[in-house]
Design a binder for this molecule. Structure first.
Ligand SMILES: Nc1ncnc2c1ncn2[C@@H]1O[C@H](COP(=O)(O)OP(=O)(O)OP(=O)(O)O)[C@@H](O)[C@H]1O
Ligand SMILES: [Mg+2]
Length: 337
């Protein structure tokens, strides 16, 4: 990791109507680093991106990009960043190529340079078939990819991606992930927001979970997963198996989850084999067993209560998350700081 590219200190935003969207947000992001920003709907992710891309101004604190203050040095900041925003703003009556040329010229690139760069990006994002059609007839995924190409026209040092893969099919999502990885490997800095925990896990060197405008937690994905606990053994109900037997054998280290499975905590070093051995001794057949590991989703749900959110329109609840919650009371291990 290189020098600091994004620096944020005590950043806050209160909108004119009194809504507080961000409070006391602070972090540094280095060159070559990919930083993931997670949070349920309304947590403040887009507000943060808007402040850092100079589209809006903070009401508290400071932020700088490549050493330039986002308020005082707006133009310097703008010349170094690319952004693909949550609401893709494209002109319905222009073609993709016209967009690329327009934005390229606006950025001060010569006609030949724009053409060369546009061709490169069209290939990169597989836009060959769509780039000469009017945006009005393009699919949502195509619009998204065109918007990403536009964000890259100026070879930005810092890239902001606000839910970049929402609406992309799995193949295009994977392609974008690959591309983000190579951008970062070449020293590019990425701040991305996402609703997909898998995406943050795949891409981000560090993850901040925003909750009601504050950073609830900031760490590497692996540290966060470790915090959610280690391995668990899931015992599915099968004929002839007394679940009370399993519950009795493991005491407070086992719990019944809402789906009727018994979940046995095997987080401690070397414990997995002994748990499996004791289950075998109880006569539990192998077909009833599964070993599960915590995901970032468990951390996310625990910190933000996202699955209980009426505002959330993306389902983030999973069986594992439910297990995490049911165990939280049972073993106490989820209360570790
Ligand atoms: N212009 C505005 N005026 C008043 N409140 C606003 C404004 N823009 C956003 N908000 C509020 O600020 C909070 C944070 O919104 P923001 O769009 O940053 O959330 P988000 O994390 O991006 O959510 P999502 O996942 O839905 O995109 C929300 O409560 C939102 O309603
Ligand atoms: Mg948003």
């Amino acid at each position: 990791m290189g020098e600091t590219r994004i620096s944020v200190r005590s950043l806050g935003k209160v909108f004119p109507d009194g809504t507080r969207a961000l409070q006391d947000v602070g972090f540094d992001i280095a060159a070559g680093e990919t930083f993931g920003c997670l949070g349920r709907n309304g947590a403040g992710k887009t507000t943060l991106v808007n402040l850092l891309t100079t589209l809006d101004t903070p009401t508290e604190g400071t932020a700088s990009i490549c050493g330039h203050d986002v308020v005082a040095r707006r133009e310097e900041v703008r010349s170094r960043i690319g952004a693909s925003l949550q609401q893709v703003a494209l002109d319905e009556l222009m073609t993709g190529r016209e967009h690329l040329e327009f934005v390229g010229r606006l950025a001060g690139l010569g006609a030949a340079a724009v053409r060369a760069k546009a061709d490169e990006l069209v290939r990169l994002f597989g836009l060959e078939a769509a780039v000469d059609k009017m945006v009005a007839v393009c699919s949502g995924g195509t619009r998204r990819r065109l918007d990403l190409a536009l964000a890259l026209l100026r070879d930005p040092e810092v890239l902001f991606l606000d839910e970049p893969t929402t609406g992309l099919d799995p193949q295009n999502r994977r392609a974008l992930w690959e591309w983000v990885r190579s951008f970062a490997a070449e020293g590019g800095t990425v701040l991305l927001t996402t609703q997909y925990l898998e995406e943050a896990d795949e891409l981000a060197d560090r993850v901040a979970v925003l909750d009601s405008g504050r950073i609830a937690v900031l760490d590497t994905p692996s540290a966060l997963k470790a915090q959610a606990g280690g391995k668990q053994v899931q015992v599915r109900p099968v004929d002839g198996l007394e679940r009370s037997c399993v519950l009795g054998e493991f005491g407070t280290r086992a719990a019944l989850d809402p789906g009727g499975d018994v979940i046995v905590d095997a987080a401690r070093e070397g414990e997995l084999l002994s748990v499996l051995g004791r289950l075998a001794a109880l006569g539990v057949p192998q077909t009833a067993l599964a070993v599960v590991e915590p995901t970032l989703e468990d951390v996310f749900v625990r910190l933000t209560g996202a699955s209980a959110s009426a505002e959330s329109d993306n389902s983030t609840a999973s069986g594992l998350a439910a297990i995490g919650r049911s165990l939280a009371g049972g073993t106490g291990r989820n209360e570790r700081p």
